[in-house]
Design a protein around this ligand. Structure first.
Ligand code: NAD
Length: 251
């Protein structure tokens, strides 16, 4: 188990992709700190399963991020994964939803990164992995805030990669296509409304239309890539933006 002795903080890991990444890292021996919302008993069960601890910090609040990082101590692996979506035409896009998406999907990663980097530099080893999206490379209509946040995190990741390249620390993005998680399920009703489509049409004609495989990505596939990026063999994989999108952005 190549991650024994490493501490990993995975944000937004009580569900979906983050949970799969946490499982993959814990499976290689990392001491994992989970973060995210959810049912207390379910989260306690996850902590038991993974030998993990949990922070319920709301990452839209810089003070809560600072408290979480303080409590977490020195982190070897930082996975910025927490994210939300909202689907709406730009002229109707609720301002509070715009602010929430930018705060969680982009600004939270700036805060966790700036707080984790000094410890990584001191040790001369670190891994920063940001869950971006196919929407960090291409856009879809009605997702203005999400596309802006994900293009933003891709640029942020490249900058961090360059700054830390001589300190044994890498920073990379993983950019999934559509992965069946509560985030996707939640956007179906608004997409039906924005595009005037049925549920079935949204799944086949919107979500999977560009995914060349015509299948959803599995969260475990993203987890496996995150674990690979933590290997010493991946020390020269830096500033990259890895697509796991069934060929979507190849077109
Ligand atoms: P999800 O809804 O299953 O999980 C989101 C996680 O973030 C949960 O643990 C939730 O509790 C946590 N969270 C939400 N608001 C938070 C807050 N304010 N503070 C702290 N934690 C908070 O979603 P998912 O699909 O697993 O998405 C995870 C990441 O993957 C997101 O960044 C998303 O943009 C990205 N992504 C998802 C897909 C997809 O198809 N599902 C595709 C590409 C990228």
């Amino acid at each position: 188990m190549f991650l024994e002795g490493k501490r990993a903080l995975v944000t937004g890991s009580t569900s979906g992709i983050g949970l799969a990444i946490a499982r993959a890292l814990a499976g290689e021996g990392a001491q994992v700190i989970l973060n995210g919302f959810g049912d207390e008993a379910e989260i306690a069960k996850l902590c038991d399963e993974l030998g993990a601890s949990h922070s319920g910090a709301d990452l839209t609040d810089a003070a809560q991020i600072e408290a979480m990082m303080e409590q977490a101590g020195e982190i070897d692996i930082l996975v910025n994964n927490a994210g939300v979506q909202h689907v709406s035409p730009v002229e109707d896009f609720p301002v509070d939803k715009w602010n929430l998406i930018i705060a969680l999907n982009l600004t939270a990663a700036f805060h966790t990164t700036r707080l984790a980097v000094p410890g990584m530099k001191k040790k001369g080893w670190g891994r920063i992995i940001n869950t971006a999206s196919a929407h960090s490379k291409v856009a879809s209509p009605f997702k203005s805030a999400y596309n802006a946040s994900k293009h933003g995190i891709a640029g942020f990741t490249k900058t961090v990669a360059l700054e830390l390249a001589q300190h044994g620390v890498t920073a990379n993005c993983i950019s999934p296509g559509y992965v069946w998680t509560p985030l996707i399920e939640g956007q179906i009703p608004d997409t039906m409304k924005a595009r005037g489509l049925s549920r079935e049409e949204v799944i086949n004609d919107v979500l999977l239309v560009k995914q060349a495989t015509k299948k959803f990505v599995q969260p475990e596939e993203v987890g496996a890539l995150a674990a690979f990026l933590c290997r010493d063999e991946a020390q020269n994989v830096n500033g990259a933006n890895w697509s796991v999108d069934g060929g979507w952005t190849a077109e």
